[in-house]
Ligand binder design. Structure first.
Ligand code: NAD
Length: 474
C-alpha cells in the first residue's frame, strides 16, 4: 500500500512537520497548459523557520555515527523505491517527461542515496619533516541550501541531499516553482526516517532563491540552474562567505569523425540531444559532423525526428514530452523565429506550436553559421544544429569556442584518436563513443561558465565539508 497520494494536497516540510501556507502557487501540467495542483507559497518567515530548525538539528546530526547515518540513507533509498510509481506519475504530470523516464529519474534519486551510504569521508595522516603529525579530517559545514531547477527536479535534488546529509549537514531544499510537487512529496515521504529539522523542503516563488543565497545562517549553497542565476547566487553568497557549488548551463559539442558508424551514432546522439525534450544541461547541443558522412548522418537524424513526435508523457508510446513551462516554450519558439529570420535551412519542422500543451517537434537546423543564435546559445529545448567540418582541428577550435565547458562527446572508430581529441576539449566530462549515463561515483564538474565545484563521487562529497587539521608532536 502506497504511503503517499500523488495527487493529494502538498505541504512544505519544516522541522519534521507538514507546514501549510496562507498563499498557494498554481502548478501547470505542460502537456495541457492547465493548472492541476496548488503548491505551498513559502515566504521569508518559512525560510527562516526552516533554517532555524536545520541549525538546531545540526547540533546532534553532525555527531550521529557514520553507520547510523548510512543506515538512514539506505532506508531513504528503499522508501523511494517503494514509491516509484506514484512519484513518477506525479513527476510526469508536473514536469512533462514520459512516464518511463520519470520512473528512471526517481530510481536514480534512490540510487544516489544508496551510493552515498557506501561512500565514506577520508581521514588522512601526514607526517611533517620535523616529526609533527597532521590528522586531516573533514567536518560538516552546517546548514546547506539546495536550489534545484525544473528539468530533473528529483534527481538533481538527490544529487545534493544525499552527499550533504552523508557528510553530516542539515538541509533546506527549494525546488523550482515550476516543478515543486514531487520534491515536496519526497519530503513528506521521508519525514519519519530522519530526525526533525535534518531535511526541510520549502517551495515558493523565485524570491526565495536570493533570500537563501544571502541567508546569514546558511553555510553553503548547492545550486543547479542557469549561468545567469548562478552568478546571482555567487554574489548573494558573498554576504557571509558561503561555500558554493554551482552546476550551470552548457552548450555541449559532439564531434563525429568520418569513420564513425553513421546509423548507430546518429541514434545515440538523437537521444543525447532530444531526451527530456532537449532540456538537459548535458544534452548534445552542437553536433559537428565530418563532411564525408554529413548527408547520411543528417538523413538518419531526420528519420528519427519524424519517427518521434512529441506527446503527453502519460501516453504509453510517448518518448518525447512537452517543453516544461510556458516561459521556456516561448524562449525556444523565439529562437525558431530568429532562425527563420536568419534564413537558416530547417531539416525538420517544429510542427504546430499553438498549444494548449507546450509541444515542439524535434527541430534540426542544417549547417547554420557558427555565430547564429542556435549555435552560440543553449536552446534548452528540442532545437538542434548540425554543423559540417572537414578538418578536425577546425572542429576542435569551434567546439571550444564557447563560454561554457560542461560536457562534450567524440565519436570515432579509433578510440585512441577519440581520446586524443577529447583531451583537447574544454569540458568537465568528455564521453568517447558514448554519452550520458551519469553515476554517483564519477565526478561531474563544469569548466568555464558552466560552474564551480564538483558534484557526485568522493570529490562531490568533500564539497559538503570543511577541512580540519589536528596537529600534534609525534
Ligand atoms: P534558473 O536558474 O532559472 O532556476 C534554477 C533555480 O534557481 C530555481 O529553483 C529558481 O527558483 C531559483 N532561482 C531563481 N532566481 C534565483 C536567484 N536570483 N537566486 C537564487 N535562486 C534563484 O534555471 P532553470 O531555468 O530552472 O534551469 C535551466 C538551466 O539550468 C539551464 O541553463 C541548464 O543548462 C541549467 N542546468 C544545469 C545543470 C548542471 O548540472 N550543470 C543541470 C540542469 C540544468
Amino acid at each position: 500500500m502506497s504511503k503517499i497520494d500523488p495527487f493529494g494536497s502538498f505541504s512544505a516540510t519544516i522541522d519534521g512537520r507538514l507546514v501549510e501556507t496562507s498563499g498557494s502557487l498554481p502548478v501547470i501540467n505542460p502537456a495541457t497548459g492547465d493548472v492541476f495542483a496548488q503548491a505551498p507559497d513559502c515566504e521569508a518567515a518559512h525560510l527562516d523557520e526552516a533554517v532555524a530548525a536545520a541549525q538546531r538539528a545540526f547540533v546532534s546530526w553532525k555527531d550521529v555515527p557514520t553507520d547510523e547515518r548510512n543506515a538512514m540513507l539506505r532506508a531513504i533509498a528503499v522508501r523511494i523505491r517503494e514509491e516509484i510509481e506514484p512519484l513518477a506519475m506525479l513527476l510526469t504530470r508536473e514536469q512533462g517527461k514520459p512516464l518511463d523516464q520519470a520512473r528512471l529519474e526517481i530510481e536514480t534519486a534512490a540510487r544516489w542515496f544508496a551510493s552515498y551510504a557506501e561512500q565514506d569521508l577520508p581521514v588522512k595522516e601526514h607526517v611533517e619533516p620535523d616529526g609533527r603529525i597532521g590528522e586531516i579530517r573533514r567536518v560538516p559545514i552546517g546548514v546547506v541550501g539546495a536550489i534545484v531547477p525544473w528539468n530533473f527536479p528529483v534527481q538533481l535534488a538527490a544529487w545534493k541531499l544525499a552527499p550533504a546529509l552523508k557528510a553530516g549537514n542539515t538541509v533546506v531544499a527549494k525546488p523550482s516553482p515550476f516543478t515543486p510537487l514531487t520534491t515536496l512529496k519526497l519530503g513528506e515521504l521521508l519525514l519519519d526516517l530522519l530526525p526533525p529539522g535534518v531535511l526541510n523542503i520549502i517551495a515558493g516563488r523565485d524570491h526565495l532563491g536570493p533570500l537563501m543565497s544571502e541567508h546569514s545562517d546558511i553555510g553553503k549553497i548547492s545550486f543547479t540552474g542557469s549561468t545567469a542565476t548562478g552568478k546571482a547566487v555567487m554574489r548573494g553568497a558573498a554576504t557571509n562567505l558561503k561555500r558554493i557549488t554551482l552546476e550551470l548551463g552548457g552548450n555541449d559539442p559532439a564531434i563525429v569523425l568520418a569513420d564513425a558508424n553513421v546509423d548507430d551514432v546518429a541514434e545515440r546522439l538523437f537521444w543525447g540531444a532530444f531526451r527530456n525534450c532537449g532540456q538537459i544541461c548535458i544534452a548534445a547541443k552542437r553536433i559537428y559532423v565530418h563532411d564525408d558522412i554529413y548527408d547520411a548522418f543528417a538523413a538518419k537524424m531526420v528519420e528519427l525526428a519524424r519517427a518521434n513526435p512529441p506527446g503527453p508523457g502519460d501516453r504509453p508510446d510517448a518518448r518525447i514530452g512537452p517543453v516544461q513551462n510556458h516561459m521556456q516554450f516561448e524562449r525556444v519558439k523565439d529562437m525558431i523565429v530568429q532562425a527563420r529570420a536568419d534564413g537558416l535551412h530547417f531539416l525538420t519542422e517544429p510542427g504546430d506550436m499553438t498549444g494548449p500543451g507546450y509541444f515542439i517537434a524535434p527541430t534540426l537546423i542544417d549547417n547554420p553559421p557558427d555565430d547564429s543564435q542556435v549555435v552560440s546559445e543553449e536552446p534548452f529545448g528540442p532545437l538542434l544544429p548540425l554543423l559540417r567540418f572537414d578538418d578536425v582541428e577546425d572542429a576542435i577550435r569551434r567546439a571550444n569556442d564557447s563560454i561554457y565547458g560542461l560536457t562534450a562527446s567524440v565519436w570515432c572508430a579509433d578510440i585512441e584518436q577519440a581520446a586524443a581529441i577529447g583531451r583537447r576539449l574544454e569540458a568537465g566530462t568528455v564521453w568517447l563513443n558514448t554519452i550520458h549515463g551519469m553515476t554517483p561515483t564519477l565526478p561531474f564538474a563544469g569548466h568555464k561558465q558552466s560552474g564551480i565545484g564538483v558534484e557526485n563521487s568522493e570529490e562531490g562529497l568533500l564539497e559538503y565539508t570543511n577541512v580540519q587539521v589536528l596537529v600534534r608532536h609525534g
